[in-house]
Design a protein around this ligand. Structure first.
Ligand code: ZN
Ligand code: ZN
Length: 260
């Protein structure tokens, strides 16, 4: 008997979900924070290699948004140490407390492909709005900017590791938005996991400092997605492009900037 496309996707998702569910690691207290840290560093690694190679090869340097900018080992170490410090002393303890109070529930059935795709997109759009409001507020109120957001603006030319180089309050706020959205929208744990991976990758990509022909802002039509160009301009000019990914909120509020 031939399986329809929908049944085949369902079977594939169920197989993937069964494999994931069998991992005891998922039920351990440090899994969420170790998972996000591993995904983050894995997403940064290819860009760190490009940063090293761009010193030697023009063919790479010509894709840099600010070709004159150079990422030094001291800059990379500075970001990495801050990120590891925040994880060790803030994120890990919070994750353990959360695990202690909230039991890990992993349903037997996998979600449908449609609900995975819809859930990931809805979480991403909601995160984009939450970050836009948070970000706008932290630029418009000088006390909020100097106390909390200024740390993220240390580098006027972005590179991958700057994505999570931030004050503890900023890291906690953004982690809270990312964690609460799948719960608010009633997403399956697999959808939640895929949203986390996509959200981390897009955040690293938007800080990568590279604009390739295959970058998401060139693949999403009608200029709906800002990406690396958009966010690099925010680090350079500060008072434009507050949304992390999409362009509609900045367009609506008159804060969209596309040219250097
Ligand atoms: Zn940034
Ligand atoms: Zn900012």
């Amino acid at each position: 008997m031939e399986l329809s496309l929908e049944n085949r996707d369902g079977l594939l998702l169920q197989t993937i979900w069964d494999r994931i569910r069998q991992q005891n690691l998922l039920r351990t207290p440090l899994f969420p924070s170790l998972f996000s840290l591993t995904v983050y560093l894995s997403c940064c690694l290819p860009y760190i290699c490009l940063d090293v190679l761009s010193f030697r090869f023009d063919v790479i340097r010509r894709f840099k948004i600010q070709p004159q900018s150079k990422v030094t080992w001291a800059m990379a170490w500075g970001c990495l140490l801050k990120i590891l410090h925040t994880h060790a002393f803030v994120i890990f303890p919070i994750t353990i407390l959360h695990w202690h109070w909230t039991p890990v529930v992993l349903p037997i059935e996998a979600p449908e492909l449609r609900s995975v795709l819809g859930g990931v997109l809805a979480c991403l759009l909601l995160f984009d709005l939450q970050y836009f409001v948070w970000h706008l507020l932290h630029h418009k109120v000088p006390w909020l900017y100097h106390s909390f957001h200024k740390a993220h603006h240390r580098h006027t030319a972005t590179f991958s590791l700057t994505a999570e180089h931030a004050n503890v309050w900023e890291t906690l706020s953004l982690s809270f938005f990312a964690a609460v959205n799948p719960a608010l929208l009633g997403c399956h744990p697999l959808t939640k996991m895929l949203f986390f991976i996509l959200n981390i990758w897009l955040s690293v990509e938007s800080h990568s400092g590279y604009d390739f022909p295959w970058s998401p802002n060139r693949l999403v039509p009608f200029g709906l997605y800002g990406g690396a160009q958009h966010h690099d301009l925010h680090h350079l000019k500060s008072r434009v492009n507050y949304a992390p990914y999409f362009t509609h909120w900045d367009r609506l509020f008159g804060t969209l900037c596309r040219e250097q």
